[in-house]
Design a protein around this ligand. Structure first.
Ligand SMILES: *Cc1c(COP(=O)(O)O)cnc(C)c1O
Length: 388
């Protein structure tokens, strides 16, 4: 019987030494030695998979990639220094001047900048499609459309995109499906099971899970990863071995951490749903979520993020943050420590009201990244800040 992914992730080890450390050693080296000229020639000719230089590959980085591939059900992958370098590589390595990308309208802020400001300078066009109105997607496809890029659940609105629909849609049109799976993590959902060609992650979030390091990874079909590898080998967004070592260790506890993050988040969502100061609350596994049925179909849990809209808009949002005593005010998410953020005054402050409306960010929207503290301590802090 084949071992479960959980066991394989925990037991997978990449090791060049014959040492007996139980925890994988750290290969903090920029390059690797060869015994002779012929071995070195063969490595450079891609006849072996010997490590040459840590911009190309490194045992700690490979261990992290191997483990993510097990969790996502992917054939191959490449790890990068941040989530954004993974997103960038997954687009730039596969697209060229004259190509067109479809993207759901609610994407991470820097991904939005990449699509709207950077890629157009290289002649790569994009169109936004409505995340939840899938019947409108058909009309957006052009002869030069090469990729559909999406996030689900979206940040910070927690909209759910139907991955089964997206997989059938991209297959029918012969375009690539590229999914940012950062919010769900591979524990919560596996886009490749629905036909995704590529999956990208910011490992900085739930995968590290302890707010320590930046990292990113792109996994998917071998032929696509080969192109992404060639692009990254020459452009240099490599993940540091130390960060890879941290992230690889983190994967050993991802399953058990997500179980608690998600049960805490569901509890917080249930307790706050009918609070008089809250006009609406979203959590993918509450029946009140507009895409609840889709969430139940494609996700194993509802994730660790809860969003709600405060009555009183922008000022109410800032007051709420100021009154919190336990939750952190910080730009990260996916930490052991619960975090509150107010997109309208921070991450999305530069957008116009109309642009914010388009991605469902209301002035009073609060995003809670639910941590691993006792669920009642998290709830009490939120309740006292709401009442203040
Ligand atoms: C944070 C984030 C990114 C970018 O990741 P970094 O590691 O900060 O570069 C991309 N996508 C989503 C959904 C994110 O939350």
């Amino acid at each position: 019987m084949e071992q479960s992914p959980l066991t394989r992730v925990i037991r997978t080890r990449t090791d060049l030494t014959n040492e007996m450390e139980h925890s994988g050693p750290l290969f903090l080296t920029s390059s690797f030695c060869f015994d002779n000229a012929e071995d070195m020639r063969a490595a450079f000719a891609d006849e072996t998979d010997d490590n040459i230089y840590s911009r190309f590959s490194n045992p700690n980085v490979q261990e992290f990639v191997d483990r993510i591939c097990i969790l996502e059900g992917a054939a191959a992958g490449f790890a990068t220094a941040s989530g954004m370098s993974a997103v960038f590589a997954s687009l730039m390595a596969l697209l060229k001047q004259g190509d067109h990308v479809l993207s759901c309208n609610a994407v991470f802020g820097s991904t939005h900048s990449l699509l709207t400001k950077i890629l157009p300078r290289y002649g790569i066009e994009f169109s936004y499609i409505n995340t939840t109105n899938t019947s409108s997607w058909e009309a957006a496809v052009r002869a030069n459309t090469k990729m559909l890029y999406l996030e689900t659940p979206t940040n910070p609105g927690l909209d759910i995109v139907d991955l089964e629909f997206a997989g059938n849609f991209t297959r029918k049109h012969g375009i690539l499906l590229n999914v940012d799976n950062c919010f769900a993590t591979p524990i919560g959902q596996r886009p490749i099971d629905y036909g995704a060609d590529l999956v990208v992650h910011s490992a900085t979030k739930w995968i590290d899970g302890q707010g320590r390091v930046l990292g990113g990874v792109v996994v998917g079909k071998k032929n696509l990863i080969d192109e992404i590898y060639a692009f990254c080998r020459s452009t240099g967004p490599a993940l540091s071995p130390f960060n890879a070592w941290i992230l690889s260790k983190s994967l050993e506890t991802l399953d058990v951490r997500m179980e608690r993050h998600c049960s805490n988040a569901l509890y917080i969502a249930q307790q706050l749903e009918n609070h008089p100061r809250i006009s609406s609350l979203k959590y993918p596994f509450l029946p009140s979520h507009p895409q609840y049925e889709i969430a139940r179909k494609q996700m194993k849990n509802g994730g660790g993020i809860v969003c709600f809209d405060l009555k009183g808009g922008l000022e109410a949002g800032k007051t709420f943050l100021d009154k919190l005593k336990t939750l952190s005010l910080t730009a990260n998410l996916g930490d052991t420590r619960s975090i509150a953020s107010h997109p309208a005054s921070t991450t999305h402050a530069k957008l116009s009201d109309a642009e914010r409306q388009e991605v469902d960010i209301t002035p009073g929207l609060i995003r809670i990244s639910v941590g691993l503290e006792h669920r009642d301590d998290i709830l009490q802090d939120i309740l006292q800040a709401l009442d203040a």
